[in-house]
Design a protein around this ligand. Sequence first.
Ligand code: ADP
Ligand code: MG
Length: 588
Amino acid sequence: MPIKLLPSEVASQIAAGEVIERPASVVKELIENALDAQAHIIAITSENAGRRLIEVADDGTGIPAEEISMAVERHATSKLSKAEDLFHIQTLGFRGEALASIGSVARMTLTSCTAGAKTGARLRVEGGRVSPPETYGGAVGTVVRVEDLFFNVPARLKFLKHETTERRLIDTLVTRYALAYPFVRFQLRQESQLSLQTSGKGDRREVLAALYGAETARQMLEVQFLDQEITINGFISPTALTRSNRREMVFFVNGRPVQDTALSAALLKGYHTYLMVGRYPVALLFLEIPAESVDVNVHPTKAEVRFRNPDAIFSGVQHAVRRALLAYNPVQGWETDPGSFTYSQPGGSSAISASAISRGKIQQYPPEPSSTTFEGTLLSSQARPHGPTTAKPAILRWVGQIANTYLAAEGPDGLYLIDQHAAHERVLFERYLRQRSQGIPSQALLQPAVVELPPHSARALEEQLGALNDLGFTVEAFGPASTHTFLVRSIPVLLAGGDPSQALLCLVGDFEEDETPLQSQQEARLIARICKRMAIKGGQTLSPEEQKTLLSDLESCQSPRTCPHGRPTMIHLSVDLLERQFGRKGAR
Ligand code: ADP
Ligand code: MG
């Protein structure tokens, strides 16, 4: 065949294929036009899952009668005039393609009236053929009626899914916009039934309930995050509420739904160590970024964007998520932040009110002996130093030990399974850090321990000697350097009872497992390593007393949910989850 230009109708249909894939795409484009026109009310109607009819009516600014024919032309837009405008787009539309595309694959009637105009106009487009506009009186705003979608592209119809699926896609889409624009009143009718109605009063939880049901909406955690580069609002699911796929990880960037694998990855990173493998959170995050920092002109459906400063955006998302998760205390009295450690602050315990104590909610621990006079053992709650954590409520009720590795406990909302090793690591780590601020009490060994190391390890240890002596150890080289032998004269009190040569050896092991967020902090890293080595192991039988002590020590931690290396110390099975698993409650 010779080369020739395509007839404009064919070219239009090809272009339309990129933008209008299914009924929900029509709904999306029309909603975005209404939002761009500053509508306060948007009413959407669909019949036969959008194939027979999609109608979107808004109370926005309207299209001037003399421009209505122009509105349905390809590349005709009121939102952009020069190329530079592309880099600070404030509207959802800018390509001037939607109305032209819809008109080329359906029978479209556009009715619009602007404020102050005596009459409005009506225009019909059928399979790309535009009829002359007619004068038409009506309320201010725009109504776009799209009938018989794909009537002239039967091949497209074959790609549509079952009506229930197409209806659900429309439902989900409209609900997400309703969430993104809580100050706009949305109404959706499908097959003559009201399927969504929002008040437009700005209450996002209300819309959330429509999307996920009241119970899930209640559980969702609120995200609020602000820094120079980015503002993030929205909701994420608590760790107990997950899905088996990523479909409900939803992002809006400057009011526009966006699919972006890096944003999803950042979200998941925020949940790091909180989710089981293969489980995904539910999240709706609304990001606001300066228009010039994001390129929205990447794809015809405008579903992809490019960030000018992606790292700042992703770390913002990650932090926003992490912070929301940590601010959420399923267990009363826990302030958790696995990423940081806090030195104790005097007087913190007074925060717990006397009335709470008298109501029996809070159990006060007996006054503690001074840390310099007692002889601690590894698993002694007596070893807990003074600090705000000494008057925490007992939250976990001990149930027992499983496989000599996990502790089972009942908490305020269900069952907790605790990894005894990770938990003890956390307990030791925080104790160590607290003592660090006051000078670590050290205990002289009756018999100095002699430790002989292989040459490369000896070198590594020599480099650490100074730091070690700061951490409550007294270690010195022993005998000629060629023997690579060291003498441990004292160890920190809190490690008393443990094997001193073990404590020393762990300092010269490899660092490969060490992914603590405190990596820059050499000392915290060292401490984490010592604690890992000194903590009780999995597979070790603990007496009921030791188990209870470990639980209460863990409760007293600032960040009880993760070990110093960021792995979880516990798994929470909520009552809600148990009820679902036992079929007492409908599974969702
Ligand atoms: P774009 O939104 O990219 O500009 P469209 O094809 O969706 O392109 O719309 C073309 C133009 O028609 C818009 O720029 C706008 O001026 C006008 N328009 C479309 N829908 C509406 C509406 N609901 N209210 C007011 N004006 C509208
Ligand atoms: Mg548009």
